[in-house]
Ligand binder design. Sequence first.
Ligand SMILES: Cc1cc2nc3c(=O)[nH]c(=O)nc-3n(C[C@H](O)[C@H](O)[C@H](O)COP(=O)(O)OP(=O)(O)OC[C@H]3O[C@@H](n4cnc5c(N)ncnc54)[C@H](O)[C@@H]3O)c2cc1C
Length: 489
Amino acid sequence: MAEVSTSPAKPFKVIVVGGGIAGLAMSHALQLAKIDHVVLEAYGEVCSHVGASIGLWPNGIRVLDQMGAWKQISEHCSPMNHSYNRLPDGRAVSVSRMADMIIERNGYDFVVLEREHVVKGLWDNIPDQSLIKVNQRVNKIDEDANGVTVHTTDGEKYEGDIVVACDGVNSFVRDHMWDMANRFSPGLIPAAEKTSLATTYCCLIGFAPEMAGIGLGDCQTVHNQGFSFLIITQPGRTFFFVFIKLPEVVRWPNRLKFTAEDAEREAAKLAALPVTESLLFGEIWKKKIRGQLIPLEEVVFDHWHHGRTVLLGDSVHKLTINLAFGGNSALESTAAFVNVLNRELKALPAGEKMSQETLSEAFEEYQGLRKPRMKKVLNLAYQLTRLQAWDGWFMKFVQSWVIPWVGDGQVVDHFSELVRAGHRLDFVPVPPHKEGYVPFNDELKDKDGPLYETHKAPSDFGSVIRRLVLPWIAVSSALVAGAAYSLSG
Ligand SMILES: Cc1cc2nc3c(=O)[nH]c(=O)nc-3n(C[C@H](O)[C@H](O)[C@H](O)COP(=O)(O)OP(=O)(O)OC[C@H]3O[C@@H](n4cnc5c(N)ncnc54)[C@H](O)[C@@H]3O)c2cc1C
Protein backbone atom coordinates (compact mmCIF):
# COMPACT_ATOMS: atom_id res chain seq x y z
CA MET A 1 0.00 0.00 0.00
CA ALA A 2 1.06 3.67 -0.50
CA GLU A 3 2.71 5.66 2.31
CA VAL A 4 0.30 7.62 4.48
CA SER A 5 0.19 11.25 3.28
CA THR A 6 1.38 13.93 5.72
CA SER A 7 -0.04 16.89 3.74
CA PRO A 8 -2.95 18.86 5.34
CA ALA A 9 -6.20 16.94 5.29
CA LYS A 10 -8.81 17.73 2.63
CA PRO A 11 -12.41 17.65 3.87
CA PHE A 12 -13.54 14.07 4.38
CA LYS A 13 -15.38 12.75 1.30
CA VAL A 14 -17.56 9.68 0.84
CA ILE A 15 -17.99 8.01 -2.57
CA VAL A 16 -21.31 6.20 -2.62
CA VAL A 17 -21.77 3.63 -5.40
CA GLY A 18 -25.41 3.04 -6.34
CA GLY A 19 -28.41 5.37 -6.29
CA GLY A 20 -31.17 2.96 -5.24
CA ILE A 21 -33.03 3.18 -1.94
CA ALA A 22 -29.81 2.89 0.09
CA GLY A 23 -27.82 5.33 -2.08
CA LEU A 24 -30.52 8.02 -2.09
CA ALA A 25 -31.12 7.69 1.65
CA MET A 26 -27.34 7.80 2.18
CA SER A 27 -27.04 11.07 0.26
CA HIS A 28 -29.86 12.62 2.26
CA ALA A 29 -28.40 11.48 5.59
CA LEU A 30 -24.88 12.67 4.66
CA GLN A 31 -26.31 16.04 3.62
CA LEU A 32 -28.10 16.35 6.97
CA ALA A 33 -24.76 15.57 8.66
CA LYS A 34 -22.98 18.02 6.32
CA ILE A 35 -20.56 15.34 5.11
CA ASP A 36 -19.17 15.82 1.60
CA HIS A 37 -19.99 13.01 -0.83
CA VAL A 38 -21.02 11.99 -4.31
CA VAL A 39 -23.42 9.20 -5.35
CA LEU A 40 -22.63 7.33 -8.59
CA GLU A 41 -25.58 5.63 -10.25
CA ALA A 42 -25.15 3.37 -13.29
CA TYR A 43 -28.50 4.17 -14.92
CA GLY A 44 -29.60 7.40 -16.57
CA GLU A 45 -32.34 8.19 -14.05
CA VAL A 46 -32.84 7.19 -10.45
CA CYS A 47 -36.61 6.86 -10.76
CA SER A 48 -37.00 5.16 -14.16
CA HIS A 49 -35.90 1.56 -13.77
CA VAL A 50 -37.64 0.67 -10.55
CA GLY A 51 -39.86 -2.41 -10.28
CA ALA A 52 -43.16 -3.38 -8.73
CA SER A 53 -44.32 -2.77 -5.15
CA ILE A 54 -42.78 -2.20 -1.76
CA GLY A 55 -44.09 -2.64 1.75
CA LEU A 56 -42.98 -0.14 4.38
CA TRP A 57 -42.86 -0.99 8.07
CA PRO A 58 -42.87 1.60 10.88
CA ASN A 59 -39.09 1.29 11.35
CA GLY A 60 -38.42 2.23 7.71
CA ILE A 61 -41.13 4.89 7.68
CA ARG A 62 -39.58 6.56 10.72
CA VAL A 63 -36.28 7.10 8.86
CA LEU A 64 -38.19 8.39 5.79
CA ASP A 65 -40.07 10.72 8.15
CA GLN A 66 -36.79 12.10 9.51
CA MET A 67 -35.80 12.87 5.90
CA GLY A 68 -39.08 14.66 5.24
CA ALA A 69 -39.99 12.09 2.56
CA TRP A 70 -42.76 10.20 4.38
CA LYS A 71 -45.36 12.97 3.97
CA GLN A 72 -45.08 12.82 0.17
CA ILE A 73 -44.90 8.99 0.08
CA SER A 74 -47.91 8.63 2.40
CA GLU A 75 -50.07 10.46 -0.14
CA HIS A 76 -49.74 7.38 -2.39
CA CYS A 77 -50.73 4.91 0.32
CA SER A 78 -54.15 3.68 1.07
CA PRO A 79 -55.01 1.66 4.19
CA MET A 80 -54.46 -2.08 4.26
CA ASN A 81 -57.58 -4.03 5.20
CA HIS A 82 -57.90 -7.79 5.60
CA SER A 83 -55.16 -10.41 5.44
CA TYR A 84 -56.39 -13.82 4.28
CA ASN A 85 -54.64 -17.18 4.56
CA ARG A 86 -55.86 -19.60 1.92
CA LEU A 87 -55.50 -23.26 1.00
CA PRO A 88 -54.44 -24.38 -2.51
CA ASP A 89 -58.10 -24.50 -3.61
CA GLY A 90 -58.51 -20.80 -2.72
CA ARG A 91 -60.61 -21.37 0.43
CA ALA A 92 -59.85 -18.91 3.24
CA VAL A 93 -58.81 -20.56 6.50
CA SER A 94 -58.21 -17.36 8.43
CA VAL A 95 -58.68 -13.63 8.10
CA SER A 96 -57.25 -10.83 10.22
CA ARG A 97 -56.56 -7.12 10.25
CA MET A 98 -52.82 -7.30 10.79
CA ALA A 99 -52.08 -3.79 9.49
CA ASP A 100 -54.37 -2.25 12.15
CA MET A 101 -52.63 -4.33 14.79
CA ILE A 102 -49.25 -2.98 13.66
CA ILE A 103 -50.40 0.65 13.85
CA GLU A 104 -51.81 0.05 17.35
CA ARG A 105 -48.50 -1.35 18.50
CA ASN A 106 -45.85 0.69 16.64
CA GLY A 107 -47.61 3.98 15.89
CA TYR A 108 -46.68 4.26 12.24
CA ASP A 109 -48.55 2.30 9.55
CA PHE A 110 -47.67 -0.77 7.56
CA VAL A 111 -48.27 0.18 3.91
CA VAL A 112 -47.78 -1.32 0.47
CA LEU A 113 -47.41 0.91 -2.56
CA GLU A 114 -45.78 1.15 -5.95
CA ARG A 115 -42.04 1.20 -5.46
CA GLU A 116 -41.44 4.18 -7.68
CA HIS A 117 -43.40 6.42 -5.27
CA VAL A 118 -40.90 5.55 -2.53
CA VAL A 119 -37.89 6.21 -4.76
CA LYS A 120 -39.48 9.45 -6.01
CA GLY A 121 -40.30 10.51 -2.45
CA LEU A 122 -36.68 9.98 -1.47
CA TRP A 123 -35.41 11.76 -4.60
CA ASP A 124 -37.75 14.77 -4.45
CA ASN A 125 -36.80 15.50 -0.85
CA ILE A 126 -33.01 15.33 -1.23
CA PRO A 127 -31.76 18.84 -0.41
CA ASP A 128 -29.04 18.90 -3.13
CA GLN A 129 -29.77 16.50 -6.01
CA SER A 130 -26.64 17.59 -7.91
CA LEU A 131 -24.58 15.29 -5.66
CA ILE A 132 -26.19 12.29 -7.37
CA LYS A 133 -24.49 11.59 -10.71
CA VAL A 134 -26.34 9.36 -13.16
CA ASN A 135 -24.87 7.33 -16.05
CA GLN A 136 -21.87 6.63 -13.83
CA ARG A 137 -21.32 2.86 -13.82
CA VAL A 138 -18.38 2.08 -11.56
CA ASN A 139 -15.93 -0.40 -13.07
CA LYS A 140 -12.68 0.12 -11.13
CA ILE A 141 -11.66 1.17 -7.64
CA ASP A 142 -8.15 2.06 -6.51
CA GLU A 143 -7.66 2.08 -2.79
CA ASP A 144 -4.58 2.88 -0.74
CA ALA A 145 -3.62 4.24 2.67
CA ASN A 146 -4.63 7.77 1.65
CA GLY A 147 -7.99 7.22 0.06
CA VAL A 148 -9.97 5.78 -2.83
CA THR A 149 -10.29 6.64 -6.52
CA VAL A 150 -13.44 5.34 -8.11
CA HIS A 151 -13.56 5.03 -11.91
CA THR A 152 -16.60 4.81 -14.15
CA THR A 153 -17.08 3.26 -17.59
CA ASP A 154 -17.12 6.66 -19.29
CA GLY A 155 -13.68 7.53 -17.94
CA GLU A 156 -14.66 9.75 -14.99
CA LYS A 157 -12.65 9.54 -11.74
CA TYR A 158 -13.90 10.39 -8.24
CA GLU A 159 -11.54 10.72 -5.29
CA GLY A 160 -12.56 10.31 -1.69
CA ASP A 161 -11.68 8.90 1.72
CA ILE A 162 -13.99 5.91 1.71
CA VAL A 163 -16.24 4.03 -0.71
CA VAL A 164 -19.70 2.84 0.38
CA ALA A 165 -21.33 -0.02 -1.53
CA CYS A 166 -24.99 0.76 -2.14
CA ASP A 167 -24.88 -1.13 -5.43
CA GLY A 168 -27.21 -3.99 -4.63
CA VAL A 169 -26.92 -7.75 -4.35
CA ASN A 170 -24.53 -8.16 -7.31
CA SER A 171 -22.25 -5.50 -5.89
CA PHE A 172 -19.15 -4.52 -7.85
CA VAL A 173 -17.80 -2.77 -4.75
CA ARG A 174 -18.10 -5.98 -2.72
CA ASP A 175 -16.01 -7.78 -5.38
CA HIS A 176 -13.40 -5.04 -5.01
CA MET A 177 -13.47 -5.44 -1.21
CA TRP A 178 -12.99 -9.19 -1.47
CA ASP A 179 -10.05 -8.67 -3.86
CA MET A 180 -8.42 -6.25 -1.42
CA ALA A 181 -9.02 -8.66 1.47
CA ASN A 182 -7.45 -11.54 -0.50
CA ARG A 183 -4.45 -9.37 -1.24
CA PHE A 184 -3.86 -7.68 2.13
CA SER A 185 -5.65 -9.93 4.65
CA PRO A 186 -5.46 -13.43 3.13
CA GLY A 187 -7.90 -15.86 4.72
CA LEU A 188 -9.98 -13.11 6.36
CA ILE A 189 -13.02 -13.66 4.16
CA PRO A 190 -13.35 -17.40 3.62
CA ALA A 191 -14.82 -19.05 0.52
CA ALA A 192 -17.74 -20.34 2.62
CA GLU A 193 -18.75 -16.75 3.40
CA LYS A 194 -18.84 -15.89 -0.31
CA THR A 195 -20.89 -18.95 -1.26
CA SER A 196 -23.32 -18.24 1.58
CA LEU A 197 -25.02 -15.91 -0.94
CA ALA A 198 -27.60 -18.51 -1.98
CA THR A 199 -30.73 -18.56 -4.15
CA THR A 200 -33.27 -21.21 -3.16
CA TYR A 201 -36.41 -19.44 -4.41
CA CYS A 202 -37.38 -17.37 -7.41
CA CYS A 203 -40.38 -15.08 -7.66
CA LEU A 204 -42.87 -14.06 -10.31
CA ILE A 205 -43.54 -10.41 -9.51
CA GLY A 206 -45.54 -7.64 -11.05
CA PHE A 207 -48.84 -5.87 -11.03
CA ALA A 208 -52.17 -5.76 -12.87
CA PRO A 209 -55.02 -3.22 -12.60
CA GLU A 210 -57.69 -3.61 -9.91
CA MET A 211 -59.40 -6.98 -10.36
CA ALA A 212 -63.03 -7.77 -9.65
CA GLY A 213 -63.50 -10.40 -6.97
CA ILE A 214 -60.75 -9.24 -4.64
CA GLY A 215 -61.20 -6.61 -1.92
CA LEU A 216 -59.32 -3.30 -2.00
CA GLY A 217 -56.46 -3.11 0.51
CA ASP A 218 -56.63 -6.86 1.07
CA CYS A 219 -53.72 -9.26 1.20
CA GLN A 220 -54.10 -12.89 0.12
CA THR A 221 -51.53 -15.55 1.00
CA VAL A 222 -52.25 -18.83 -0.76
CA HIS A 223 -50.23 -21.83 0.41
CA ASN A 224 -49.22 -24.59 -1.97
CA GLN A 225 -46.67 -27.38 -1.83
CA GLY A 226 -43.33 -25.77 -2.77
CA PHE A 227 -44.74 -22.36 -3.72
CA SER A 228 -47.07 -19.65 -2.47
CA PHE A 229 -49.02 -16.74 -3.89
CA LEU A 230 -49.13 -13.30 -2.31
CA ILE A 231 -51.66 -10.89 -3.80
CA ILE A 232 -52.01 -7.35 -2.44
CA THR A 233 -54.48 -4.80 -3.74
CA GLN A 234 -54.31 -1.02 -3.65
CA PRO A 235 -56.34 1.54 -5.60
CA GLY A 236 -55.72 0.83 -9.31
CA ARG A 237 -53.25 -1.96 -8.62
CA THR A 238 -53.18 -5.70 -7.95
CA PHE A 239 -49.64 -6.55 -6.90
CA PHE A 240 -48.70 -10.20 -7.25
CA PHE A 241 -45.83 -12.37 -6.04
CA VAL A 242 -45.41 -16.10 -6.58
CA PHE A 243 -42.60 -17.54 -4.47
CA ILE A 244 -41.36 -20.72 -6.16
CA LYS A 245 -38.79 -23.15 -4.78
CA LEU A 246 -36.02 -23.90 -7.28
CA PRO A 247 -35.01 -27.48 -8.07
CA GLU A 248 -31.55 -26.74 -6.65
CA VAL A 249 -29.78 -24.04 -4.66
CA VAL A 250 -27.60 -21.66 -6.71
CA ARG A 251 -24.61 -20.15 -4.91
CA TRP A 252 -22.33 -17.18 -5.61
CA PRO A 253 -20.50 -16.65 -7.96
CA ASN A 254 -23.21 -18.40 -10.01
CA ARG A 255 -26.15 -16.17 -10.61
CA LEU A 256 -29.60 -16.76 -12.06
CA LYS A 257 -31.00 -14.59 -14.82
CA PHE A 258 -34.48 -15.20 -16.19
CA THR A 259 -35.96 -14.13 -19.51
CA ALA A 260 -39.49 -13.01 -20.35
CA GLU A 261 -40.05 -16.50 -21.83
CA ASP A 262 -39.05 -18.10 -18.49
CA ALA A 263 -41.63 -15.90 -16.75
CA GLU A 264 -44.35 -16.85 -19.24
CA ARG A 265 -43.50 -20.55 -18.84
CA GLU A 266 -43.76 -20.41 -15.02
CA ALA A 267 -46.95 -18.34 -15.14
CA ALA A 268 -48.55 -20.81 -17.57
CA LYS A 269 -47.92 -23.66 -15.11
CA LEU A 270 -49.77 -21.72 -12.39
CA ALA A 271 -52.52 -20.12 -14.50
CA ALA A 272 -55.33 -22.49 -13.47
CA LEU A 273 -54.67 -22.18 -9.73
CA PRO A 274 -57.03 -20.11 -7.56
CA VAL A 275 -55.87 -17.16 -5.46
CA THR A 276 -59.32 -16.61 -3.92
CA GLU A 277 -62.59 -18.58 -4.05
CA SER A 278 -63.36 -17.06 -7.47
CA LEU A 279 -60.17 -15.68 -9.03
CA LEU A 280 -57.43 -17.63 -10.82
CA PHE A 281 -53.83 -16.54 -10.99
CA GLY A 282 -54.01 -16.73 -14.81
CA GLU A 283 -56.69 -14.01 -14.83
CA ILE A 284 -54.31 -11.62 -13.04
CA TRP A 285 -51.30 -12.58 -15.18
CA LYS A 286 -53.31 -12.06 -18.38
CA LYS A 287 -54.03 -8.45 -17.38
CA LYS A 288 -50.56 -7.70 -16.01
CA ILE A 289 -49.07 -4.28 -16.61
CA ARG A 290 -45.65 -5.52 -15.56
CA GLY A 291 -44.48 -9.04 -14.75
CA GLN A 292 -41.12 -10.76 -14.50
CA LEU A 293 -39.31 -13.66 -12.90
CA ILE A 294 -36.50 -12.80 -10.50
CA PRO A 295 -34.14 -14.79 -8.25
CA LEU A 296 -34.54 -14.29 -4.49
CA GLU A 297 -31.07 -14.30 -3.01
CA GLU A 298 -30.53 -14.71 0.73
CA VAL A 299 -27.50 -13.74 2.81
CA VAL A 300 -26.13 -11.66 5.65
CA PHE A 301 -22.37 -11.59 5.20
CA ASP A 302 -19.97 -11.76 8.14
CA HIS A 303 -17.54 -9.10 6.94
CA TRP A 304 -19.11 -5.71 6.24
CA HIS A 305 -15.91 -3.73 5.69
CA HIS A 306 -12.25 -3.90 4.80
CA GLY A 307 -9.76 -1.03 4.51
CA ARG A 308 -11.66 1.98 3.17
CA THR A 309 -14.58 0.03 1.77
CA VAL A 310 -17.85 -0.58 3.59
CA LEU A 311 -20.96 -2.48 2.48
CA LEU A 312 -24.57 -1.41 2.98
CA GLY A 313 -28.08 -2.40 1.87
CA ASP A 314 -28.57 -5.41 -0.41
CA SER A 315 -24.82 -5.63 -1.03
CA VAL A 316 -24.41 -7.05 2.49
CA HIS A 317 -27.89 -8.09 3.71
CA LYS A 318 -30.24 -9.60 1.16
CA LEU A 319 -33.56 -11.12 2.16
CA THR A 320 -36.42 -12.95 0.49
CA ILE A 321 -39.23 -10.46 0.00
CA ASN A 322 -42.06 -12.23 1.89
CA LEU A 323 -41.31 -10.17 5.00
CA ALA A 324 -40.96 -6.92 3.01
CA PHE A 325 -37.97 -5.88 5.09
CA GLY A 326 -35.05 -5.40 2.62
CA GLY A 327 -35.67 -1.75 1.77
CA ASN A 328 -36.65 -0.97 5.36
CA SER A 329 -33.37 -2.55 6.46
CA ALA A 330 -31.38 -0.51 3.92
CA LEU A 331 -32.87 2.65 5.47
CA GLU A 332 -31.93 1.48 8.95
CA SER A 333 -28.38 0.54 7.94
CA THR A 334 -27.95 3.96 6.35
CA ALA A 335 -29.04 5.64 9.57
CA ALA A 336 -26.77 3.48 11.74
CA PHE A 337 -23.76 4.03 9.46
CA VAL A 338 -24.13 7.80 9.16
CA ASN A 339 -24.68 8.12 12.94
CA VAL A 340 -21.31 6.51 13.63
CA LEU A 341 -19.44 8.35 10.86
CA ASN A 342 -20.95 11.68 11.84
CA ARG A 343 -19.97 11.27 15.48
CA GLU A 344 -16.37 10.32 14.57
CA LEU A 345 -15.99 13.19 12.10
CA LYS A 346 -17.38 15.75 14.54
CA ALA A 347 -14.94 14.49 17.20
CA LEU A 348 -11.93 14.96 14.89
CA PRO A 349 -9.71 18.01 15.63
CA ALA A 350 -9.98 20.60 12.82
CA GLY A 351 -7.66 19.86 9.86
CA GLU A 352 -6.86 16.33 11.04
CA LYS A 353 -7.38 13.36 8.72
CA MET A 354 -9.28 10.38 10.08
CA SER A 355 -6.83 7.54 10.65
CA GLN A 356 -7.35 4.09 9.17
CA GLU A 357 -7.58 2.79 12.73
CA THR A 358 -10.46 5.14 13.61
CA LEU A 359 -12.15 4.34 10.31
CA SER A 360 -11.90 0.59 10.92
CA GLU A 361 -13.27 1.04 14.45
CA ALA A 362 -16.18 3.08 13.13
CA PHE A 363 -16.92 0.47 10.43
CA GLU A 364 -16.69 -2.28 13.02
CA GLU A 365 -19.10 -0.44 15.31
CA TYR A 366 -21.59 -0.08 12.43
CA GLN A 367 -21.26 -3.79 11.65
CA GLY A 368 -21.74 -4.64 15.33
CA LEU A 369 -24.90 -2.53 15.48
CA ARG A 370 -26.45 -4.01 12.37
CA LYS A 371 -25.21 -7.58 11.79
CA PRO A 372 -26.93 -9.32 14.74
CA ARG A 373 -30.21 -7.59 13.92
CA MET A 374 -29.94 -8.48 10.23
CA LYS A 375 -29.17 -12.14 11.03
CA LYS A 376 -32.39 -12.19 13.06
CA VAL A 377 -34.35 -10.50 10.26
CA LEU A 378 -32.85 -12.88 7.66
CA ASN A 379 -33.89 -15.84 9.79
CA LEU A 380 -37.44 -14.55 10.08
CA ALA A 381 -37.75 -13.84 6.33
CA TYR A 382 -36.22 -17.27 5.61
CA GLN A 383 -38.77 -19.04 7.83
CA LEU A 384 -41.71 -17.01 6.49
CA THR A 385 -40.86 -17.88 2.87
CA ARG A 386 -40.70 -21.58 3.71
CA LEU A 387 -43.79 -21.56 5.94
CA GLN A 388 -45.87 -19.89 3.26
CA ALA A 389 -44.64 -22.33 0.59
CA TRP A 390 -45.13 -25.39 2.82
CA ASP A 391 -41.47 -26.21 2.31
CA GLY A 392 -41.29 -29.68 3.89
CA TRP A 393 -43.62 -31.40 6.36
CA PHE A 394 -42.50 -29.40 9.39
CA MET A 395 -43.17 -26.04 7.74
CA LYS A 396 -46.54 -27.28 6.48
CA PHE A 397 -47.41 -28.53 9.95
CA VAL A 398 -46.43 -25.25 11.64
CA GLN A 399 -48.22 -23.10 9.06
CA SER A 400 -51.37 -25.23 9.02
CA TRP A 401 -51.76 -26.13 12.69
CA VAL A 402 -49.56 -24.00 14.91
CA ILE A 403 -49.77 -20.48 13.46
CA PRO A 404 -53.62 -20.44 13.34
CA TRP A 405 -53.69 -21.76 16.89
CA VAL A 406 -51.16 -19.18 18.06
CA GLY A 407 -53.33 -16.34 16.80
CA ASP A 408 -52.54 -13.18 14.86
CA GLY A 409 -51.98 -11.12 17.99
CA GLN A 410 -48.91 -13.17 18.97
CA VAL A 411 -47.54 -13.12 15.42
CA VAL A 412 -47.93 -9.34 15.21
CA ASP A 413 -46.41 -8.96 18.69
CA HIS A 414 -43.38 -10.67 17.29
CA PHE A 415 -43.21 -8.37 14.25
CA SER A 416 -43.64 -5.31 16.44
CA GLU A 417 -40.74 -6.48 18.63
CA LEU A 418 -38.62 -6.50 15.50
CA VAL A 419 -39.85 -3.05 14.46
CA ARG A 420 -39.26 -1.45 17.86
CA ALA A 421 -35.52 -2.17 17.71
CA GLY A 422 -35.12 -0.28 14.41
CA HIS A 423 -32.30 2.22 13.89
CA ARG A 424 -32.88 5.88 13.06
CA LEU A 425 -30.73 8.97 12.58
CA ASP A 426 -29.61 10.09 16.04
CA PHE A 427 -28.78 13.68 15.06
CA VAL A 428 -32.11 14.58 13.44
CA PRO A 429 -35.42 14.90 15.31
CA VAL A 430 -38.22 12.45 14.62
CA PRO A 431 -41.32 14.44 13.64
CA PRO A 432 -44.20 13.98 16.08
CA HIS A 433 -46.03 10.77 15.24
CA LYS A 434 -48.80 8.66 16.64
CA GLU A 435 -47.61 6.67 19.66
CA GLY A 436 -48.21 2.95 19.65
CA TYR A 437 -48.31 0.89 22.80
CA VAL A 438 -45.01 -0.75 21.77
CA PRO A 439 -42.77 2.32 21.51
CA PHE A 440 -39.45 2.21 19.68
CA ASN A 441 -36.66 1.21 22.07
CA ASP A 442 -34.85 4.51 21.47
CA GLU A 443 -38.02 6.54 22.13
CA LEU A 444 -38.84 4.82 25.41
CA LYS A 445 -39.05 7.35 28.18
CA ASP A 446 -39.12 4.76 30.93
CA LYS A 447 -37.42 1.53 29.89
CA ASP A 448 -38.70 -0.34 32.93
CA GLY A 449 -42.19 1.07 32.73
CA PRO A 450 -45.31 -1.03 32.47
CA LEU A 451 -45.76 -0.56 28.71
CA TYR A 452 -42.43 -2.14 27.95
CA GLU A 453 -42.86 -5.11 30.26
CA THR A 454 -46.46 -5.83 29.31
CA HIS A 455 -45.68 -6.07 25.64
CA LYS A 456 -42.29 -7.64 25.67
CA ALA A 457 -42.50 -10.53 23.20
CA PRO A 458 -39.91 -13.24 22.53
CA SER A 459 -37.07 -11.80 20.49
CA ASP A 460 -36.45 -14.47 17.87
CA PHE A 461 -38.74 -16.50 15.69
CA GLY A 462 -37.05 -19.80 16.62
CA SER A 463 -37.94 -19.18 20.24
CA VAL A 464 -41.53 -18.37 19.25
CA ILE A 465 -41.75 -21.66 17.36
CA ARG A 466 -40.14 -23.58 20.22
CA ARG A 467 -42.34 -21.93 22.83
CA LEU A 468 -45.48 -22.50 20.81
CA VAL A 469 -44.86 -25.78 19.00
CA LEU A 470 -43.71 -27.73 22.02
CA PRO A 471 -46.79 -27.00 24.18
CA TRP A 472 -48.95 -27.64 21.13
CA ILE A 473 -47.37 -31.06 20.59
CA ALA A 474 -47.75 -31.78 24.32
CA VAL A 475 -51.43 -30.79 24.37
CA SER A 476 -52.29 -32.66 21.17
CA SER A 477 -50.39 -35.78 22.31
CA ALA A 478 -52.33 -35.67 25.58
CA LEU A 479 -55.62 -35.35 23.67
CA VAL A 480 -54.74 -38.23 21.33
CA ALA A 481 -53.64 -40.39 24.26
CA GLY A 482 -56.83 -39.47 26.15
CA ALA A 483 -59.00 -40.33 23.14
CA ALA A 484 -57.19 -43.65 22.63
CA TYR A 485 -57.59 -44.49 26.31
CA SER A 486 -61.34 -43.78 26.35
CA LEU A 487 -61.87 -45.72 23.09
CA SER A 488 -59.97 -48.70 24.48
CA GLY A 489 -62.08 -48.52 27.66
C1 LIG B 1 -39.81 -7.45 -6.28
C2 LIG B 1 -39.23 -6.91 -5.02
C3 LIG B 1 -40.09 -6.52 -4.01
C4 LIG B 1 -39.57 -6.03 -2.82
N1 LIG B 1 -40.42 -5.67 -1.83
C5 LIG B 1 -39.93 -5.12 -0.72
C6 LIG B 1 -40.80 -4.67 0.29
O1 LIG B 1 -42.02 -4.82 0.19
N2 LIG B 1 -40.26 -4.05 1.38
C7 LIG B 1 -38.92 -3.90 1.52
O2 LIG B 1 -38.48 -3.33 2.52
N3 LIG B 1 -38.06 -4.35 0.59
C8 LIG B 1 -38.53 -4.95 -0.51
N4 LIG B 1 -37.68 -5.39 -1.46
C9 LIG B 1 -36.23 -5.29 -1.23
C10 LIG B 1 -35.73 -3.91 -1.51
O3 LIG B 1 -36.20 -3.47 -2.75
C11 LIG B 1 -34.22 -3.92 -1.47
O4 LIG B 1 -33.81 -4.47 -0.26
C12 LIG B 1 -33.69 -2.52 -1.59
O5 LIG B 1 -34.10 -1.97 -2.82
C13 LIG B 1 -32.18 -2.52 -1.50
O6 LIG B 1 -31.73 -1.26 -1.83
P1 LIG B 1 -30.24 -1.03 -2.29
O7 LIG B 1 -30.17 0.42 -2.56
O8 LIG B 1 -29.33 -1.65 -1.31
O9 LIG B 1 -30.06 -1.87 -3.63
P2 LIG B 1 -30.76 -1.68 -5.04
O10 LIG B 1 -32.16 -1.23 -4.90
O11 LIG B 1 -30.50 -2.93 -5.79
O12 LIG B 1 -29.97 -0.49 -5.71
C14 LIG B 1 -28.66 -0.65 -6.21
C15 LIG B 1 -28.36 0.51 -7.14
O13 LIG B 1 -26.99 0.45 -7.51
C16 LIG B 1 -26.87 0.68 -8.90
N5 LIG B 1 -25.64 0.01 -9.34
C17 LIG B 1 -25.37 -1.31 -9.41
N6 LIG B 1 -24.14 -1.53 -9.84
C18 LIG B 1 -23.57 -0.31 -10.04
C19 LIG B 1 -22.30 0.12 -10.48
N7 LIG B 1 -21.32 -0.74 -10.82
N8 LIG B 1 -22.06 1.44 -10.57
C20 LIG B 1 -23.02 2.35 -10.23
N9 LIG B 1 -24.25 1.99 -9.82
C21 LIG B 1 -24.53 0.68 -9.72
C22 LIG B 1 -28.14 0.07 -9.48
O14 LIG B 1 -28.45 0.59 -10.75
C23 LIG B 1 -29.17 0.45 -8.43
O15 LIG B 1 -29.75 1.70 -8.67
C24 LIG B 1 -38.17 -5.92 -2.65
C25 LIG B 1 -37.30 -6.31 -3.67
C26 LIG B 1 -37.83 -6.81 -4.85
C27 LIG B 1 -36.88 -7.24 -5.93
